[in-house]
Write a protein of this length. Structure first.
Length: 204
């Protein structure tokens, strides 16, 4: 959705960045990763907040012919991050989701998660550009909120499914990334040259 990082851009880079993002997530958010792997139950977000954050992830990486962020359950990873390593950001997220829903209700007649996809995209572009006219000062810069959710969405979409995101390998399937092979003996020369089939992680 974002002008700066479209789904095509993200998936085009995923085969390069997939493992790197996974390792970065494990290194910096190990408690969140473990919690997301254990449970799909909300720990921090209210039902209303979950709906809004899930809708945002769904527009960042939409389900346009292949699984997107919603199918990958990125919101669950975000919820767990806010319960653990990113708990200091929970207040910011709550303020911004409340401001987002208030803006949408006043200007579009519905909360964010009930808007049409085009309306959601329009609102998110305004958030990213810090151009929401009635955005409350206590919520901070809307671009910071947008960037925070976007970063965690990408992690949840491309990280190893055992860490609570990328459900059913949705991100890896969409990106054409077969999964890391460092624990499986690596890829053969024939596979690297395209002369032998690479068996993806979801067929293992």
């Amino acid at each position: 959705m974002s002008k700066n990082l479209t789904r095509r851009d993200l998936l085009g880079r995923a085969s390069i960045y997939g493992t790197g993002l996974s390792l970065a997530m494990i290194s910096h958010l190990p408690l969140a990763a473990a919690a997301a792997a254990r449970s799909q139950t909300r720990e921090t977000l209210t039902e209303t907040e979950w709906c809004a954050v899930q809708a945002i992830t769904g527009r960042l990486i939409p389900s346009d012919g292949s699984p997107g962020a919603i199918e990958a359950n990125c919101v669950n990873f975000i919820d767990k991050a806010l319960a653990h390593e990113e708990k200091s950001a929970l207040g910011m997220v709550r303020q911004n989701v409340a401001a987002l829903d208030r803006h949408c209700a006043l200007n579009r007649g519905q909360t964010f998660c009930k808007l049409t996809y085009p309306d959601q995209d329009s609102v998110l572009i305004s958030l990213e550009d810090s151009q929401v006219p009635d955005w409350p000062a206590p919520a901070g810069d809307s671009a910071d909120f947008f960037g925070f959710i976007r970063a965690l969405t990408i992690m949840g979409f491309l990280a190893d499914p055992k860490y609570g995101g990328n459900r059913n390998f949705s991100g890896w399937r969409a990106a054409g990334y077969p999964g890391p092979r460092h624990h499986g003996g690596g890829y053969t020369d024939a596979q690297m040259l395209g002369k032998a089939v690479i068996k993806p992680a979801w067929d293992a």
